[in-house]
Design a protein around this ligand. Sequence first.
Ligand SMILES: Nc1ncnc2c1ncn2[C@@H]1O[C@H](COP(=O)(O)OP(=O)(O)OP(=O)(O)O)[C@@H](O)[C@H]1O
Length: 400
Amino acid sequence: MAPIRPQPIHLEGTTLEGGGQLLRIALGLSSLTNKPITITNIRGKRSGGGGLKAQHLTSMLWLGQASNARIGGAGLKSKEVTFTPNTLPALHSDIAAGHVSIGQSTPGSINLVLQAVLPYLLFCGAREPVRLRITGGTNVSNSPSYDYVEQVLFPMLAVVGIPLITSTCHSRGWSTGSTRLGSATFTITPLTTTLPAFDLRDRGRIESVRATVLAPRDTEQDFRDNLDLMFEKRQSRIFGDTSDPQIDITFEPSHHEKRYYLLLVATTSTGIKLGRDWLYDGGVRAGKTTQIVPNIVRKVSDDLIAEIEHGGCVDEWMRDQLVVFQALAEGASQVDGGRRDDRPLEPSLHARTGMWVAEKVLGVEFGDEGACEGVRFVPESGEWRKEELVTKAVETLQLS
Ligand SMILES: Nc1ncnc2c1ncn2[C@@H]1O[C@H](COP(=O)(O)OP(=O)(O)OP(=O)(O)O)[C@@H](O)[C@H]1O
């Protein structure tokens, strides 16, 4: 009897955020679970006609290769894709050899490609660490920066039980100033057992803040002065009654008069990291630059204080990233996203989009306060949740 091919799960690309996040999470989960998907109206809520950008296409082709998928509609600007994985033979040879390289010819965000492939690499059942090299942009608008990923995402993933991912930035790639390609390598240790449920509800006190500045060399002193002043004026709002707060400022020249970036990361007594940043996208006109540095420092510190004052354990971006791991974990994971005016803060549209995709592909449910009973994905066998095992058993019987 011929194998029964399940119908692809249909995901309408204009749902909620209606951008690339939907596609990345859907492809990651599809390639892990072997469930075929069809996405229509890809990035249908984005201006410029939507469809696949290079960064999305690159991620899809790599996941397709890794999961041995048939892909219909893979092309730049494509608005409809059908992705049918077939995870046999089990492990792609590059992953088994521990070296994966993903190239891009434009500075599409390295960290969004990483976001697309990370769940697969962590849960694919590989036994040895994988060195993943990606070419593209390290500092790109509307995406996680290399610095955020290294200082917030990886430590926070370690807090929830994922072996610490380490990284090396070989060269910076920028979407501002003149565009420039860069590259980074991430060393990822795949999970060998299920990811236990995690509980992110104990925020603790803010003990330290690290400021990372990338900017034209001649602005270093200006940044240091503005940051010192800001920390002095806003000490009680940032650190509360912590008696000896640690402050650390690092500066790296950005080698272009139009490239300014600031990241502030607060670390708490329970190891939680909250980050906010800005890759400056305002005008830079000769003779009119005096307000740029104070504006950047004010905006990023306002944003960090908002993250601190909600009292939760994740900043907005981190909450977006955890959705997929909550869905794959074993048991009920809790993530406190904070409160405002005595009400829980709504997850962002990006996070709600991820939740919707996980609900469609895995059948999980997310509660109003961010809790989710995960499917207990087992890396080595690719098995998950009892109902699925029953379905697999029935399919096997029908095949024999
Ligand atoms: N400043 C930031 N720091 C960390 N993460 C960020 C930041 N800005 C955006 N993100 C994350 O980047 C992702 C952006 O997803 P989104 O779908 O908007 O981007 P995209 O793939 O470039 O697609 P599109 O072009 O359709 O917007 C989300 O996961 C969001 O959490």
